[in-house]
Design a protein around this ligand. Structure first.
Ligand code: BGC
Length: 387
């Protein structure tokens, strides 16, 4: 179990690097985009403490990505439809202030622990740790100032046909209540096929828990284009983890069969969204962890497909992780205005977060999220696009 998290760095081959030529795009693009060349940097704003934030632009194989050094945020992700027309399919903002003041984790890197830890507390090797609590009594997405609100060191690279960014952040021992200095490195790679790979790596100097993920809000019709209820979604999972009223897993792994949670065959997100299932009422929609049938795997395996019927745009997700949080944008409430100047309302996007199960540190029978000195946490998620 969990071999992928324990692989030593030296022995781990870079994921999915194929030989070939540099990628290009069907449509005219800014000069720095055209040939899958080196990522380009521009200023995006300045934080209250004077820290400058940059936006990096990269393109390869027809996919265009804009990434901020603040939170490792994917500020936009553009892909073509079946006619070659591009749209930004990730919700976001056009300015830094909105990200700092009011972002519900749009496009961000999440750490040290993705999703909730019940009571903001866990016990490891006999010591109980109290975490930063920011969601009722619970700790959500790493606490009040998680990895999504930190400035990452960004280092661009081109490697054969691939282009990408290495993002580094060191989380101090005790930050947000977590034990151990955690050195995190996240690599965003765009391949010549336009795939977006995320590889997360981390080491620690004390036993700790870690569960990193990415919080892109997808709307394959384009951000600001309205509801995603027509998107067809398939998830390769026969079970999910039901939650209590605070959205903490009860510990049960319930069958999806015969419930609105059954996405084993693709169906529109909206089809069973109003089915009145107690779990949906509690979460105001879907906001649950699906227990992926494949379990923890050495390499990424296909787990979910999302398709927008009008544009034909398709997203396929592969991961080595055991869980997938499908969140149907329940808390978007029309108070945020996005990148293109349109308001985001409930259900205008959805998140598919590859992860370990929420609250694992308090559930010994869930796959372990413990990382010890000498081990390297390493996990990869691959996003493939089509139309
Ligand atoms: C969680 C939601 C939460 C959202 C924050 C998701 O990952 O599952 O409960 O509201 O993040 O925007």
């Amino acid at each position: 179990m969990e071999l992928n998290r324990r692989t030593v760095l030296a022995g781990a081959a870079a994921a999915g690097v194929a030989a070939g030529t540099l990628g290009g795009t069907a449509q005219a693009a800014p000069a720095h985009h055209r040939r899958g060349g080196r990522p380009v940097r521009e200023p995006f704003g300045t934080l209250a403490d004077g820290t400058r934030v940059h936006r990096w632009s990269l393109e390869n194989g027809g996919t265009r990505l804009h990434v901020l050094s603040y939170g490792g945020i994917v500020q936009s992700l553009e892909i073509p439809d079946r006619h070659g027309r591009y749209a930004d399919v990730a919700l976001g903002f056009d300015n830094l202030d909105d990200y700092v003041s009011s972002s519900p984790y749009f496009g961000a890197l999440i750490g040290r622990y993705g999703n909730r830890i019940g009571g903001g507390r866990f016990t490891l090797d006999g010591t109980t740790y109290q975490l930063s609590v920011n969601d009722g009594d619970n700790s959500l997405h790493g606490g009040a100032k998680g990895f999504d609100k930190r400035v990452w060191d960004v280092e661009p690279f081109t490697e054969g046909p691939d282009t990408g960014l290495h993002l580094h952040y060191t989380s101090a021992d005790g930050e947000m209540g977590y034990p151990g200095t955690l050195r995190a490195k996240v690599t965003y790679t765009l391949t010549r096929h336009g795939e977006w790979h995320i590889t997360y790596e981390a080491t620690t100097d004390k036993a700790t828990v870690v569960n990193l993920t990415s919080h892109v809000y997808w709307n394959l019709g384009g951000e600001g284009s309205g509801t995603v209820e027509d998107h067809e979604l398939a998830i390769a999972a026969s079970r999910y983890t039901p939650t209590d009223t605070g959205l903490i897993p009860t510990g049960e792994r319930a069958r999806v069969a015969g419930t609105p949670f059954d996405f084993r065959r693709a169906k529109p997100v909206g089809r069973d969204l109003r089915a009145g299932h107690e779990q949906q009422v509690r979460a105001k929609g879907y906001d649950h962890n699906w227990v992926l049938d494949k379990g923890v795997t050495e390499t990424p395996e296909h787990v979910a497909t999302l398709r927008e019927p009008r544009s034909g745009r398709t997203l396929r997700i592969a991961t080595d992780q055991p869980g997938l949080q499908f969140y149907s944008g329940n808390f978007l409430d029309g108070t945020l205005t996005g990148t293109g100047g349109r308001t985001y309302r409930q259900g205008d996007a959805l998140c598919l977060e590859t992860q370990h199960f929420p609250d694992s540190p308090n559930h010994p029978d869930f796959p372990s999220t413990v990382l010890r000195p000498g081990e390297t946490y390493r996990t990869t998620t691959v996003h493939s696009f089509g139309a």
